[in-house]
Design a protein around this ligand. Structure first.
Ligand code: NAD
Length: 356
């Protein structure tokens, strides 16, 4: 059957649901989990992903296979392709867009800055433009990042804290995205919810993230670098387990109001929100490593270094009371049990796929 038919079938909600969700970045780490969860509860879901090679494309293909088995179809294309977006909105009356496609990673921004501008700024505008013109307009939920808190030292981070000192181009593009969201909400009546994820980890995760390549290198007997901030305290992150992030994504989607415009015209005031989605319990990277050592039963070869100026920040810690009040967000997975699930997946995935 042709792809248009597959899009329509994939978008059809099950009984009891009236939601049809376009998930961009569906072959990505968070996108795969969110798409599967939406489909499981009966929503119609269509994915969109360009399958870029920022990290191992075979992992994206494996996630696609997983979604295929769950009857979620991923359209292969770029969020900057406005014709493709128009076509998708003509085929399906999407009630929501869960926009997760982006160029992620803070360090890679020093090597390939233009990919951040392409996906996180131009791509975001392209998605907003398509949603603005759609009739009916969908509500938009999109991934911002905890990195917008930049060099702030007052913790925990609250949504009302300053976001004017980003430490990386990645962070700057997410911050710019939040400003762009404001304009589309203001002019066109789009309902827009931004989610500031805090270091998400878990099965099917991203190989460019520390917990993932630490696992790989510990198993290979390779040295790993642990960075220390000032005062010789190792860098800490508010590591948040993927299932908690998925619940936050679905909760924010369910509590989103409808957009108030249609066909590019605003009819009334619309909702504009931004939420922290974190775990509220930062853990030092040295502790992360010791948990991995005990789960893998291998001692790591550690190399402790002062933190370079590579876009990373010393500390992240989410205040989540806004998300808790608005839609009952409450993370339930601590780092030990979340990493246990990750390690099980990792060993299983790479034993079957024969690669490390
Ligand atoms: P990911 O890289 O696994 O997923 C992003 C997906 O988007 C990829 O599959 C990629 O191929 C796709 N993509 C990139 N540019 C595209 C384009 N121009 N057109 C179409 N598809 C494109 O990343 P992730 O960890 O799943 O992150 C999802 C979102 O959450 C991103 O917006 C990211 O910036 C944000 N975020 C993630 C974390 C985290 O810890 N994972 C933290 C904060 C924010």
């Amino acid at each position: 059957i042709d792809w248009e038919k597959r899009v329509k079938m994939s978008a059809r909600p099950g009984s009891g649901s009236h939601k049809a969700v376009l998930v961009t970045g569906a072959a990505g780490f968070v996108g795969t989990h969110v798409s599967a969860a939406l489909k499981r509860r009966g929503d119609g879901v269509v994915g969109l992903d360009v399958f870029n090679n920022y990290y191992d494309p075979s992992l994206k293909r494996a996630r696609q296979k997983l979604l295929d088995q769950a009857d979620v179809f991923i359209v292969e294309g770029d969020i900057n392709d406005s014709e493709l977006l128009k076509k998708l909105f003509d085929l399906v009356s999407f009630t929501h867009v869960m926009h997760l496609a982006a160029q992620a990673g803070v360090r890679y921004a020093m090597q390939n800055p233009s990919s951040y501008v392409h996906s996180n700024i131009a791509g975001l505008v392209s998605i907003f433009e398509a949603c603005k013109s759609a009739n009916p307009q969908p509500a938009i939920i999109w991934a911002s990042s905890s990195s917008v808190y930049g060099l702030n030292t007052k913790v925990p981070f609250s949504e009302t804290d300053r976001t004017d000192n980003p430490a990386s181009l990645y962070a700057a593009t997410k911050k710019a995205g939040e400003e762009i969201a404001h304009t589309y909400n203001h002019i066109y009546g789009l309902s827009i919810t931004g989610l500031r994820f805090f270091t998400v980890y878990g099965p099917w995760g991203r190989p460019d993230m520390a917990y993932f390549f630490f696992t790989k290198n510990i198993l290979k007997g390779k040295q790993i670098n642990i960075y220390e901030g000032p005062d010789h305290i190792s860098v800490a992150r508010d590591f948040t387990y993927i299932d908690d992030i998925v619940r936050g994504c679905l909760g924010s989607l369910d509590s989103a109001e409808k957009s108030t415009g249609s066909g590019g015209k605003k009819k009334g005031p619309a909702q504009l929100r931004v939420f922290n989605l974190g775990n509220t319990s930062p853990v030092q990277v040295s502790k992360l490593v010791s948990i991995l050592e005990s789960l893998l039963k291998v001692e790591a070869k550690k190399n402790v270094l002062p933190m370079p100026r590579n876009g990373d920040v010393v500390y992240t810690h989410a205040n989540i009371s806004y998300a808790t009040n608005e839609f009952g967000y409450k993370p339930t997975t601590d780092l030990q049990s979340g990493l246990n699930k990750f390690v099980k997946w990792y060993l299983d995935y790479y034993s079957v796929n024969g690669r490390h």
